[in-house]
Design a binder for this molecule. Structure first.
Ligand SMILES: Nc1ncnc2c1ncn2[C@@H]1O[C@H](COP(=O)(O)OP(=O)(O)OP(=O)(O)O)[C@@H](O)[C@H]1O
Length: 311
């Protein structure tokens, strides 16, 4: 089956700054793909290239099997996008605002009722948009991206600015979208918690590079546990643990010995304790702990220097 979105070495340079650096990403059909990265990592620039709004410096992007550079209009027909600005007319109702887009796209009237229903806004559709809460505007925005039932939805930070109820609502919609509408969803966020609760797949962008991509459940299952330890001789402890096949990292409060996936953490820490004591190294503390996706995110995605982040 063709992927809903596929890029190969997609690159965008702004003068001397490489905003997107040879990104090859694959968003499987019917996935909710969380596109994760810190502010300034290059997410919006990537999304704009997928939508044909800016040209890549190099590389290719295919949306719904259509090459965006070769057939911009054809690719645009495959995708509905929710970017930051809503551009709704406050003095018109939700339904009237949707109707403007519907008639531009030449779609039948019943499309409006369908999308209003999907975002559970039918009962508010007659109210003026100026009276809507931000969460309602966001839902209306989502409804507009779904007009014409494009197979791919691209949503840039869809929960930005929402209150906790609005966030919970939006997450619920997004999770259910592939099943309810058959669409594939690509959503960007700088919050891991957001992605963990919503997405089936994740791609992490750091300094313009895709540093990790995969199915969320699999990535979590593959996270090897690790052993945190404090000793009186970190250098020898490191050498000893490495000799026993551990990957050893320095941490703020001592050392971290990483296990291989599937290895039993308790057995490994007991064996390591014995080995350390046998080598006359004093062990102050040792304990197995599980690795979180949060830890991985921090590891693979260091903060963007302030000079490069947008203001
Ligand atoms: N039109 C532009 N001209 C020059 N530099 C730009 C332009 N657009 C983006 N950049 C730079 O490219 C980098 C990536 O920006 P981008 O907006 O894609 O990041 P992002 O991951 O979407 O961040 P955010 O979450 O803050 O929107 C940043 O360093 C930004 O300053």
């Amino acid at each position: 089956m063709t992927a809903a979105i596929e890029t190969r070495d997609l690159t965008r340079r702004f003068k001397r700054h490489l905003a997107v650096d040879a990104v090859s990403m694959t968003v499987p059909d019917k996935a909710v793909y969380g596109f994760l990265g810190r502010n300034g990592a290059g997410k919006t620039t990537t999304l704009k290239m997928l939508l044909g709004l800016i040209r890549p410096t190099a590389g290719t992007a295919r949306v719904g099997g259509v090459d965006v550079a070769r057939d911009r209009i054809g690719a645009a027909a495959k995708v509905g996008a929710l970017l930051e600005a809503h551009g709704f007319y406050g003095n018109l109702s939700g339904r009237e605002n949707l109707d403007l887009t519907r008639s531009l796209l030449g779609l039948p009237k019943r499309e409006i009722e369908r999308v209003l229903e999907v975002v559970e806004m039918t009962e508010h559709a007659r109210r003026r948009v100026s009276d809507y809460s931000l969460g309602m505007r966001q839902r209306l925005g989502l409804a507009r991206t779904m007009l014409g039932a494009p197979p791919v939805l691209v949503l840039d930070e869809p929960t930005n600015g929402l209150d906790p109820d609005g966030i919970a609502d939006m997450r619920r919609f997004l999770r259910a979208l592939p099943e309810r509408t058959g669409a594939t969803v690509l959503l960007s966020s700088h919050l891991l918690g957001e992605i963990e609760q919503t997405a089936t797949h994740v791609g992490i962008l750091s300094h313009g590079k895709l540093v990790l991509e995969g199915e969320l459940a699999r990535l979590k299952a593959d996270l090897a546990p690790e052993i945190a330890l404090q000793t009186d001789d970190p250098a020898r402890a490191t050498a000893l643990a490495r000799a026993r096949g551990f990957e050893v990292l320095a941490a703020d409060d001592g050392l971290v010995a990483r296990l291989k996936p599937g290895e039993d953490a308790r057995t490994a820490s007991a064996a390591l304790t014995r080995a350390l004591i046998g080598a006359d190294i004093a062990v102050f503390a040792i304990g197995a702990r599980s690795r979180s996706l949060e830890g991985i995110y921090r590891e693979v995605s260091p903060p963007v220097p302030v000079s490069q982040a947008k203001t």
